[in-house]
Design a protein around this ligand. Structure first.
Ligand SMILES: [Zn+2]
Length: 487
């Protein structure tokens, strides 16, 4: 039986392969444009792009920079002393590379985590005089409970419809737990971003939805994979039309526990969260220019965000993106490749809880947006890159096809058009600037994202080099390609 099934499978695979290769040939013939020769770059330009790529694959500069940001400076939440130290450090490093550096002032939220503890104080079949500890972490921007905490019954819902169905009568005075599971299979299939999007909505707006029905606190099952009892923090957004209630993310195992116990009877929780929101603080985007030789007024941005959450050390989110951008500029300098357009490195401030840096840039440079040729942001970790995303007109991919051919030598030849490539470059994209990002293997990214485990060891030095190669080659191509990009 086993053997038969094996043979059936084999036969099926052969048929599928035969069918698909015939189908692919037919499709290729159908979709081949009549007589347009494929676009080619000059042999010299191809050689230069390959030099950038190869130099990136052989350099440990980015990893050393990432080690400094993650281990020596540490977590870099907006408004913190570490965020300020990181601004000064990156500015100094870019100056060392010979870039023209400016600090763009940004006012940022200044939220500080406090105590965060929870225990179940009453639940079905509880041993007398005991409690159960719940692992959770406050959401960024959350208000505090009273310093001695609150104690209330917990109700569990899987989505907003279930919350509405409960109605005010069964929600008022209670703690609501949104128990939406992160779809790891979707992430494993290459759609980590959409998987995150599905569950992060409860972190973002769950507190206000619960507060509208009278809840006293809101919890969400952590928006992320990996079941190592790690809670994932992240920003919430209070609506103006609802009271502000304390909010925290619960480790997935603890969400399962609460769901199990509430299915059997009443569960009460004692919750203490004592974060503080201080007055907005002065911070900065770090901007470093490598001036273009022919069109210095035209700008190609290569970027990552310098701020991070406070639980980990901001290695994958997004120290990696910052050092990849720094490396792009360093390689052009090192190889004596003067870009035709200006290469602008940006280490954005406050992506995590406000995107104030991106907003400030879009405002401060609004009259020069038309001169922004393209903008790259790396903000999905440092996993093996498969190619690059582009947002804009489809012809952009045609114009960059020769680059994709070069990148294919490192397994990164895929190009894909998407709606958005990164939150800091999104305002530029909305204003018509083509934006880009590496396509990264992000199957494990949301295991660590926004947790205490976002540490340097999660970055594979080889894969970081691969990302540097894709981003630096793309950045150099954009700065020096003869064609203009349609917009
Ligand atoms: Zn990020």
């Amino acid at each position: 039986m086993f053997i038969n099934r094996g043979q059936d499978c084999l036969r099926l695979i052969v048929v599928v392969l035969m069918f698909s290769s015939a189908a692919i040939q037919a499709l290729a013939q159908l979709s081949r444009p009549p007589a347009t020769p494929p676009l080619q770059y000059s042999p010299q330009f191809v050689t230069e792009i390959k030099r950038v790529q190869q130099a990136a694959l052989g350099s440990d500069y980015a990893y050393r920079q990432l080690a400094h940001l993650s281990n020596n400076i540490g977590p870099r939440l907006s408004g913190s002393a570490q965020a300020q130290a990181a601004v000064e450090y990156v500015a100094a490093e870019l100056r060392k590379l010979g870039l023209e550096v400016q600090l763009e002032k940004v006012m940022v939220p200044h939220w500080v985590r406090g105590e965060e503890t929870a225990t179940l104080t009453d639940y079905p079949s509880m041993a007398p005089n005991t409690t159960q500890k719940i692992i959770l972490t406050a959401l960024g921007g959350s208000v505090a409970t009273p310093s001695n905490g609150i104690t209330a019954e917990v109700v569990v819902v899987n989505n907003f419809d279930e919350l509405q169905a409960l109605g005010r009568d069964r929600v008022a005075g209670k703690i609501v737990l949104f128990n939406a599971k992160f779809d790891q299979q979707l992430a494993d299939n290459g759609f980590a971003g959409p998987a995150y999007g599905q569950s992060v909505i409860y972190r973002g707006v769950g507190a206000s939805a619960a507060a509208r029905l009278g809840a006293v606190a809101a919890l969400n099952r952590s928006a992320g994979g990996a079941d190592y009892r790690l809670p994932h923090t992240g920003a919430l957004r209070y609506s103006d039309d609802a009271p502000k209630i304390p909010a925290a993310a619960v480790a997935s195992e603890d969400a399962d526990l609460i769901a199990h116990l509430t299915s059997e009877g009443k569960v009460r929780m004692h919750l203490v969260l004592t974060p503080q929101t201080l007055p907005d603080a002065v911070s900065h985007n770090v901007i470093g220019d490598l001036k273009g030789s022919e069109h210095p007024e035209q700008i190609v941005i290569v970027s990552g965000h310098l701020d991070s959450w406070d639980l980990g050390r901001g290695a994958i989110d997004d120290g990696a993106g910052v050092v990849v951008a720094m490396q792009a500029a360093r390689l052009l300098k090192q190889l004596n490749l003067r870009p035709k357009r200006t290469l602008r490195v940006i280490a954005w401030m406050n992506e995590e809880n406000g995107t104030r840096g991106a907003q400030a840039y879009a405002k401060d440079y609004q009259n020069e947006i038309v001169n922004h040729f393209g903008a790259i942001e790396t903000d999905l970790g440092a996993g093996h890159p498969l190619g690059f995303y582009a947002q804009g007109k489809p012809e952009i991919l045609t114009l960059l096809q020769p680059l994709a051919v070069i990148l294919q030598s490192q397994g990164a030849g895929v190009t894909r058009l998407v709606e958005e490539t990164g939150s800091d470059v999104a305002p530029l994209g909305a204003a018509g600037v083509p934006t880009f990002a590496p396509i990264q293997d992000s199957r494990t990214y949301f295991n660590y994202h926004h947790t205490a485990a976002d540490t340097l060891d999660k970055v594979n030095p080889k894969e970081l080099q691969e990302n540097c190669a894709v981003v630096a080659a793309l950045a150099y191509t954009l700065t020096s390609m003869p064609q203009a990009l349609p917009r």
